[in-house]
Design a protein around this ligand. Structure first.
Ligand code: NDP
Length: 448
């Protein structure tokens, strides 16, 4: 049997040889493989059975054409994806992303992360992800509807309540889920819980909208308490102004922190008095406007073009909630210089691997995405349970479960750290805790 070092090297070489251009996927997988080294040393059966070889290969990749017609009558064609990555512990579960940057590498990186994230929630959900390179920005409601109907016409062949239950992600909110669900129902003639993030009127769960942002702050709260610290009066930078950012902002403020920034892909606003939640919600959720408009309405705020991570101020907590790779090595150095003690990721993989190395080298406590932002998928799984029961739980019921789940994610990551003597490395802890459950389930089910 190969030693662990040789085994991991061989696995990485295979991944690169098979998909040399899938850099996002490689980055996500290699970070996990590196942190699993102590587990493989303690459990030679994982090397012997090559369970990691199966884990890094999706069970199924579906790619399809999405033709639709724009308002001018032109025929447009986009590319759709669904990666059904791993069903060892439950039906595939993970969002759909609509963004021009979407390609197979990005969908695979997100799907791979989703496996471990879903495992960490303690709920019976496997990992998947999908989306399209369709750009929803500037499209009319009818264009969005025609695109979603075409996308679902193909996707519906591959999903089902016990098989694969997609949800939203970047560019897919309540409106898109509604159009997708309507088309599924029309084609299948059945009311089934095949999507989560549905409207409350037709099977959605209370607290799903808030879940990822609230969950991020519940996780952060557990993390700071673990250091005998609290969120009260902490100065916080948030990036993004979408679903995750808005509800992280809300909960952080409720916990007494002062959030001084939000952003979009053009720029950011800095409000030293603390960002006004209702103004952000009005601009982003009601008017679907740009964050620049915040500075036109709030006199203490200033708008800047560029990345919020380049703003040089003193603060305590960084919550990246926009997109992948938004913090590079240089920006991580600035984060350290600004006095930041905690980074917790609302977005998926917002910090590059070099940025993470900077946090770790400087003893910044780092809460990785797969642990910190698992609240969204956790409540999605609770939505599935409610759909199966044909019941709706109260907001408090769902929110209480979410809090318990996020605290447990922190606790099991910490426990894995202790077991393997990894100090404050919550990234390794989350990877290990997430991996061990999936690996045991895979081995129990044989070579499938
Ligand atoms: P939204 O589409 O609601 O918001 C995304 C926000 O990020 C927008 O403000 C967007 O600005 C900004 N953004 C996008 N690209 C960039 C960029 N290149 N630079 C700076 N800002 C950018 O998405 P969500 O809030 O739902 O998702 C945000 C992140 O959280 C994603 O990584 C997603 O995968 C992750 N996530 C989301 C979950 C959920 O439940 N929603 C669950 C778990 C993870 P603009 O309007 O200009 O595009």
């Amino acid at each position: 049997m190969a030693d662990v070092e040789t085994y991991l090297k061989g696995l990485k070489e295979t991944i690169i040889r098979r998909d040399p251009n899938q850099t996002e996927f490689q980055e996500a997988v290699f970070a996990v493989l590196d942190s699993l080294k102590p587990v493989l040393e303690k459990h030679p059966e994982y090397v012997k059975t090559n369970v990691l070889g199966s884990l890094v290969e999706p069970e199924r990749v579906i790619q399809f054409r999405v033709p639709w017609q724009d308002d001018e009558g032109n025929y447009q064609v986009n590319r759709g994806f669904r990666v059904q990555f791993n069903s060892a512990i439950g039906p595939y579960k993970g969002g759909l992303r609509l963004h021009p940057s979407v390609n197979l590498s990005i969908v695979k990186f997100l799907g791979f992360e989703q496996i471990l994230k879903n495992s960490l929630t303690g709920l019976p959900i496997g990992g998947g992800k999908g989306g399209s390179d369709f750009n929803p920005k500037g499209k009319s409601d009818l264009e969005i509807m025609r695109f979603c109907q075409s996308f679902m016409t193909e996707l519906q062949k591959y999903i089902g309540p016990d098989m694969d239950v997609p949800a939203g992600d970047i560019g897919v909110g309540g409106r898109e889920i509604g159009y997708l669900y309507g088309q599924y129902k029309r084609l299948n003639g059945s009311q089934r819980g095949i999507l989560t993030g549905k409207g409350l009127e037709y099977g959605g769960s209370l607290a799903r909208t808030e879940a990822t942002g609230f969950g991020l702050i519940y996780y952060l709260d557990a993390l700071v308490k673990g250091k005998n610290d609290s969120l009260k009066d902490k100065i916080v930078k948030i990036s993004g102004a979408g679903n995750v950012a808005i509800y992280a902002l809300k909960k952080a403020q409720e916990d007494g922190a002062k959030v001084v920034t939000v952003s979009d892909s053009n720029g950011y606003v800095y409000d030293p008095n603390g960002i006004d939640l209702e103004t952000v919600k009005q601009i982003k959720e009601v008017e679907r406007g740009r964050i620049k408009e915040y500075a036109d309405r709030i006199s203490t705020a200033k708008y800047f073009e560029g990345s919020v991570w380049d703003l040089d101020i003193k603060y305590d907590i960084a919550l990246p909630c926009a997109t992948q790779n938004e913090i590079d090595e240089e920006q991580a150095q600035l984060i350290v210089k600004s006095g930041v003690k905690y980074v917790a990721e609302g977005a998926n993989m917002p910090s590059t691997s070099k940025a993470i190395a900077v946090y770790k080298a400087n003893k910044v406590i780092y809460g990785p995405a797969k642990a910190a932002n698992a609240g969204g998928v956790a409540v999605s799984a609770l939505e599935m349970s409610q759909n199966s029961e044909r019941l709706s739980w109260t907001f408090e019921d769902v929110d209480d479960q979410l809090q318990a789940i996020m605290k447990n994610i922190y606790d099991i990551s910490e426990a894995a750290n202790k077991e393997y003597d990894l100090g404050d490395d919550l990234q390794a802890g989350a990877n290990i805790a997430g991996f061990e459950k999936v690996a045991k389930a895979m081995l129990a089910q044989g070579i499938v």
